[in-house]
Each structure stands twice: as C-alpha cells, then as structure tokens.
Design a protein around this ligand. Sequence first.
Ligand code: MG
Length: 315
Amino acid sequence: MTQAVLDTTTETLRQALIAHYETHRKETPPHAVFCARYHGTTITIYQSGKVLFQGAHATEEAARWQEAAPTTKTATATSPTASAATPQSAASALPANFHQWAIIGSDEAGTGSYFGALTVCAAFASREQLAWMRELGVKDSKQFSDAQIAQLAETLRNTLPHVLLVVSPPKYNDIQPTMSQAKMKAILHNHAIAKLLQQLGATEPEAILIDQFEPPRTYFKHIADEPQRIRDRVYFATKGEQHHLAVAAASIIARDAFVTSLATLSKQAGCTLPSGAGANVDQVAAKLLRQHGDQALRQYAKYHFANTAKARKGV
Ligand code: MG
C-alpha cells in the first residue's frame, strides 16, 4: 500500500485538510483527531500534527498539501547530529553551507504514475562539479520539458558517478503484493547509495541527502533487513533538489529513465501510455484491457493502483 506523510503541519493547514475531506469523514482511530476516506485513500490527522495518507492515491493526495506543509522548507538529519533525544518531528536544518558539500544525492521517479517503471538514482557531485552543474542550469526536474531532461540527463550520466535502478512494471508487480511502495522505494534508495559508495571507493562523500518521502524513522525501519544499511551521514529533506544539486542531478537522471521507460513500453503496447494516474490513464488502461486482457496491464502498469479497477469498469 502506498503511504505518504506530512511530518509537521500548521493549525491552518490542518483546518484546511479537515474542511477539504469533511464530507468523507470516518471514525477517528486512537491518537488521531480526524480521519477520512477519499479516492481510495485514508487520510489521518494525528494529535502530534502529523498527517498520514494511506492507499492507492496517497502520494497524489499528499502532494496537494506538501507545498503548504512547513516540512517542505526544513530537513531532518539522522546523523551525525541527531541523537535519541532529538524528536524526529523537530526537524533540524541541514548544516551550514551544505549546498557546497560534495555529497551523494538520491531521488526517484515514476512512483505516482500508473504506466511506466519506478526509477531511483543516486548521484555523486564533487565540490568542483557543483559549479559546473550550476552553469549547466541543473535544477528541479519538474521545471524541464522531457526533451530538456533527456539532454541534461545524458550530460549528467556521462559526467557524474551514479547508480540508476529501474524497476519495470512486471518486476514491480512481482514485488508489490508483499511490499508497500514506500518500502520498495526505501530499499531501492539504500541499494543505489550502497552501490555508489562502493563505486566511489576512496572518494568519500561528505554526506548523503535523500529526497524525503517518509520520516527517517520509517525509512530505516523499511531497510532494517537489508544486508547493507547506509546510515552514516544520511540526511533527509523534502524538495531535496532545492537543497543540493546532487539531488537535482539524481532527479533528472531518474526522471529521464522513467520517461524513456514510458516511451519503450508505449512502443510495445502500440499506443501512447500517458504518465500520471488521471482519467486519461483509465481510458488507455480500459482500451488495453479490451484488446489484450489483464496481462497487458501487468506488463505496462503498476497493477495495484486504483486505475486497474477503474479501467475494468470502463471496459
Ligand atoms: Mg523525490
């Protein structure tokens, strides 16, 4: 099941959330102040101020509110500064001049899209490469067209040490029934970072910054059974690409790999597979279902998304 969290929220934001989901309100669980079920997703506001989104459209629903959540401006560190006495919700900012450090940045793409792969990239940028990237115009991948992304991604792939992991829909659908998407993402990030550290050998990054998609505590719980757990100097920040260009580079490489997977799968499917999880996606899914049956959706899409059920209704 997909899960997304807004770690710290203002009273104003919580009121806005309640007003928005009021008509879908359901019974409030312990330690919560509000709970609603909307669009296949359960939204729970806890007494701590934390808001949890669980279900098929968790990422999408949370994204509506992320802009307004104060966590988008802060970051949480797990080490070396965070101690057991530091509550995770009290987000501490990144160290001074962090944007100038030589770090590994890690980000993913395709998580909210029904069609296409899930991609994760970890990229290392030295202090010298940071200046070069600024000149190149590296920034948030969402601000570029697909064509610009393709060009930038190629340059970055040729220059920066990186590890790119691509989980194709069939592979994703094999794993997903026994693992939440959030856990899959955490394992992929950890794996990409571990592999990159190995590649870098004697070159030691000053830190690692993961574009935050869940609280650090949950992230580390998810990777608890992994043979190699990277914990040292790992920082988390929402909108990580704004905090460091290594994350921006990773997001561009990951995004490009997702766009490429969508193009490749479209060719195989014989029609354009749109990104996202909206109504246009349901229509294409219904068409595939009519023409090629269930197998086509397992081949090209993240099968557990609510779009599958909606496509069936549209057949
Ligand atoms: Mg991200």
